[in-house]
Write a protein that binds this ligand. Structure first.
Ligand code: 7HP
Length: 180
């Protein structure tokens, strides 16, 4: 079973579901009558996004953006857009939904790209934060959990495209990093 590859469950399915409901209710209260556009950064944030929007009882839109692989350009923070938005965000209230922030470089660059398109407002909703890894100052407006600098998988987050479908956040057994 997939979970046999996990050394430690960091955040349980129940804890995730409770937190996502809380975040959804909070964002919904802040954006009532604003018809916000939630932008999920692919692929990691898609599971979070899918649960988050179902915890929001307001009108909203969704869209998706994909940037070049996380490992590619972290030193400069320059990212390539692999899949752009379908929506025009000019004048919209935008919420960027991200799975994890560590150095903050990639996300910082993405926010600059979106800001240049002149949305009415832009806020950041992040499931996981690794503050000890931060290199540029980025702060989530809505945050799920702060975690230590472990490599985590599950609930959308992958290792080599695997484990995204685990319903919890876990730390992989170290021997699996070396094998694959
Ligand atoms: C990216 C990423 N993807 C999966 N697990 C982590 O711990 C990660 N940090 N940054």
């Amino acid at each position: 079973m997939l979970k046999d590859d996990i050394a430690q469950v960091l955040i349980t399915e129940e804890e995730l579901q409770a937190k996502v409901k809380e975040l959804g209710a909070q964002i919904a209260a802040d954006y009532r009558d604003k018809n916000p556009l939630l932008i999920s950064v692919l692929k990691g944030a898609m599971v979070f996004m899918a649960d988050l929007i179902r915890a929001m009882d307001i009108h909203l839109g969704i869209d998706f953006i994909a940037t070049s692989s996380y490992d590619g350009d972290t030193s400069t923070g320059v990212v390539r857009i692999l899949k752009d938005l379908e929506s025009d965000i000019y004048g919209r209230h935008v919420i960027v939904v991200e799975d994890i922030v560590d150095t903050g470089r990639t996300l910082n660059y993405l926010l600059e790209i979106l800001q240049a398109r002149q949305p009415a407002s832009i806020r950041l909703c992040v499931l996981l934060d690794k503050p000890s890894r931060r290199e540029v100052p980025i702060k989530a407006d809505y945050l799920g959990f702060s975690i230590p600098d472990y490599f985590v998988v599950g609930y959308g987050l992958d290792f080599a495209e695997k484990y995204r479908n685990l319903p919890f956040i876990g730390v992989l057994k170290p021997e699996l990093y070396r094998k694959k």
